[in-house]
Design a protein around this ligand. Structure first.
Ligand code: CAA
Length: 386
């Protein structure tokens, strides 16, 4: 469902104000303390940010993809750690349930996900299954009304806060690759589920990733998402959606950095005038502006197409590839425009430079997006559609 323009504008304005007033002033503090303060998290809950992509009948805002992208563009205007707090509930932690869950599963969990009462995580990656997502080794063996899960998941966002996990595990030990996988909703209170310590990371302090270990964890059959063997498709359909959301966040961060570098360039004087008058500085501002604009257009177009029911696998991969690489270039130029100040922590630019590096890695590396696009194009050609 799409909201009318007035409601949409009011929502975006509300998020923008929240980001300006509650998040931007404490970006440095969040990085230093490696935590987003509880009152900010509560504020995000009050605004409904944990439930923007959850249907209204389950207590969410029920935004369509375009509207979600518009919100993500705003959330991108501050340190990515803030978005990450709600990011899994909005995206990879909830959307398997939204797209593949049955009525009972949705009624049981979605309202609590939408309100932020419970936090979700998405457990696909393993020590030996990263880009090759189909090679998951975690096993789920049927035992009466339960499956018994054993294995280790790695780099799981928000796992240290999570109550509910979407876990991809191998139900068919004789079928290699994605076809042998199934998806399960697993409560972290289940005996046999252990969450590791948050990893020390290059950036995005305040957002956490941990191992999740399953040691004979008994999961009811009723918690399976879709049928046996659907696990890979659940994961891929969740990622298609997540890649659009992440692309919008990348674009938001790029726009923030363009504003930072431009404001700095008109103030900072060298050779007797603002460096914004220097054409080589202008080139960095111009390239950044045009590339961020291109990313904004791409991600909004892909989101609108998804809302019309079109398959956007290729477009989502294109957006993720372009926007995550683009924000890397923009962050690099921002450091360059700031010069020595760009390297000094007080200015915050070096923090963004570190923060954005992960965008080219998670939810599918740039190289994986290239594979998805390349293979997809070849298939279109074989089917005579290009
Ligand atoms: N939607 C629905 N189905 C899809 C799909 C999609 N987007 N993509 C593939 N499938 C289906 C295919 O149609 C195929 O089905 P059939 O066999 O019935 O035809 C099946 O899935 C297998 O597809 P492939 O043969 O293309 O599978 P593959 O093993 O060659 O791998 C891949 C494809 C694109 C490389 C995939 O493994 C991939 O996306 N890898 C990257 C994984 C990834 O993004 N990991 C990030 C983890 S999450 C994270 O980072 C978040 C965090 O918390 C930090």
């Amino acid at each position: 469902m799409a909201y009318d323009q007035e409601t949409r504008d009011a929502l975006i304005e509300m998020v923008r104000r929240f980001v300006d007033e509650q998040c931007k002033p404490i970006e440095g503090q969040v990085a230093e303390e490696d935590a987003v303060p509880k009152d900010v998290v509560d504020g995000m809950k009050e605004l409904g940010l944990f439930g923007i992509s959850i249907p209204e009948e389950f207590g969410g805002l029920g935004l369509n993809m375009e509207e979600e992208v518009l919100v993500a563009l705003e959330l991108g205007q501050t340190s990515p750690a803030f978005r990450s707090v709600a990011g899994t509930n909005i995206g990879i932690g909830s959307q398997g349930l939204v797209m593949w869950g049955n009525d009972e599963q949705k009624a049981q969990w979605l309202p609590k996900i939408a309100s932020g009462e419970i936090i979700t995580s998405f457990c696909l990656t393993e020590p030996e299954a990263g880009s090759d997502a189909g090679s998951v080794k975690t096993r789920a063996e049927r035992d009466g009304d339960h499956y018994i899960l054993n294995g280790t998941k790695r780099y799981i966002t928000n796992a240290n806060k999570a109550d509910l996990l979407t876990v991809m595990a191998r139900t068919d030990q004789n079928t290699p690759g994605g076809k042998g996988l199934s998806s399960f909703l697993v409560e972290t209170t289940t005996p046999g589920v252990t969450i590791g310590k948050p990893e020390k990371k290059m950036g995005q302090q305040g957002a956490h990733v941990c191992d999740v270990i399953f040691d004979n964890a008994r999961v009811p059959v009723a918690n399976r998402l879709g049928g046996e063997g659907d696990g890979f498709k659940v994961a891929m359909s969740v990622l298609d959606r997540g890649r659009l959301h992440i692309s919008a966040v990348c674009t938001g961060v790029a726009e923030r950095l363009i504003s930072e570098m431009t404001n700095y360039a008109v103030e900072r004087k060298q050779f007797g005038e603002p460096i914004a008058n220097h054409q080589l500085v202008q080139a960095m501002m111009a390239d950044s502006y045009a590339e961020a604009y291109a990313a904004r257009c791409m991600v909004l177009d892909a989101a609108q197409k998804r809302d019309r029911g079109e398959n956007v696998t290729l477009l989502a991969a294109s957006c993720k590839m372009f926007a995550s690489e683009m924000v890397g270039r923009v962050a690099d130029r921002a450091v360059q425009v700031f010069g020595g100040a760009g390297y000094i922590a007080d200015y915050g630019i070096e923090r963004f430079y570190r923060d954005v590096r992960i965008f080219r890695l998670y939810e599918g590396t740039t190289q994986i997006q290239q594979i998805v696009i390349g293979r997809g194009l070849a298939k279109l050609a074989k089917d005579g559609q290009i």
